[in-house]
Design a protein around this ligand. Structure first.
Ligand code: ZN
Length: 345
């Protein structure tokens, strides 16, 4: 009989990766042991799971060798630097010494401080400079760059990126992630966040182990089960009920970016698909690799909530009823394909 894995358990996930890609994982580990590293540009729509897939990749082949490098997080650190008097001074000195471009240092600081998600992107030469500064602080690692390129005008810089950040011997490649809009929509719509520790889950797709029921309102809700948290009722974020509505333009731009990356010559590409048409799913994936939909029933006798699951069917962007894969099988596909494009398998 075929073995089933519980992919939310780190232990079983490890066994799953070993069974399905043991050879590739060993080759990648050897590759790192010899001092090699590479650069990945992650391209996927907002909320497509870029961070999750990179973390699972790292978990499987060496967490100390691989880093998810988010440009957004890097800029948030700069925001912190600017708020601290001493670090602000150092940052300004760094810009005065190293920045070359069409803005004055004053203008850059102003741009950083008055930035909101609605304002235009930061200048590319600034992003590159800050990335180089950040990367030089770390030991040489394999980087999964998340957030660059952001616009079509940044695409060509990608081709020289490794030279610009002094990783010139590294192989580099694109990882392009294809996720149906409907999946992103429901990830947002049913998201629940803990007001205390900010843990994010999903009442339909990724519940906690504790679900409770409000008899008066006839409403089920998640309770945070982070062991370091006091266990608060998790709440929807403002605006989440509108799903992808407010970010439609952004998703369209992300899609154009992926299409352009796909058409570039000379740089290897790895394609990941989050979904699989239900009609062919049986041939390619096992039931435990598919994202279920959770629903809840109130057991009046026992006075407790029973969590149940059923297959979750979403319509993909081509109109096919599809299943959405869990993160581990997508990460597995990434491990196999990366080993292949690096020519180590
Ligand atoms: Zn919490």
């Amino acid at each position: 009989m075929k073995r089933k894995f519980n992919l939310s358990s780190p232990k079983e996930r490890k066994e799953y990766f070993q069974l399905k890609a043991g050879k590739e994982i060993k080759k990648l580990k050897d590759y790192f042991k010899k001092g090699n590293s590479f650069i990945v540009y992650l391209l996927g729509k907002k909320n497509s799971g870029k961070g999750t897939y990179s973390k699972l990749f790292a978990e499987a082949v060496g967490p100390d060798k691989v880093e998810h490098f988010s440009i957004g997080d890097m800029i948030r650190v700069v925001d912190e630097e600017l708020k601290d008097k001493k670090r602000r001074k150092e940052f300004v000195a760094f810009l005065e010494k190293s920045y070359r471009g069409s803005l004055s240092v004053k203008e850059i600081i102003k741009l950083l401080e008055q930035r909101s998600t609605a304002t235009p992107l930061l200048p590319t030469e600034l992003i590159l400079l800050l990335t180089k500064r950040e990367v030089s602080k770390k030991k040489k690692k394999t980087l999964f760059i998340d957030g660059f390129p952001r616009g079509l005008d940044q695409m060509n810089f990608t081709l020289f990126f490794r030279d610009l950040i002094d990783h010139r011997e590294d192989e580099d490649l694109f990882v392009l992630i294809d996720v149906p809009d409907k999946v992103i929509d429901e990830r947002i719509k049913y998201r629940r966040v803990c007001p205390s520790c900010q843990t994010s889950r999903n009442i339909k797709l990724l519940p906690t182990s504790k679900v409770e029921y409000n008899l008066k309102k006839k409403e089920f809700y998640l309770v945070c089960d982070n062991p370091d948290c006091s266990g608060r009722k998790m709440l929807p974020k403002e605006g989440d009920q509108r799903g992808i509505g407010p970010i439609k333009q952004r998703l369209k731009k992300d899609e154009e970016l992926i299409r352009q990356a796909y058409s570039l010559y000379g740089i290897p590409k790895v394609l990941l698909r989050n979904s699989i048409p239900a009609s062919v799913a049986k041939q390619y994936v096992d039931d435990y690799e598919i994202t279920p939909e959770y629903y809840y029933v109130w057991d009046e006798k026992k006075k407790k909530v029973v969590t149940k699951e059923k297959p979750w069917i979403v319509v993909d962007n081509e109109g096919h009823p599809s299943y959405s894969l869990l993160a581990a099988p997508v990460a597995l596909a990434m491990i196999k394909q990366i080993a292949k494009v690096l020519n180590i398998i």
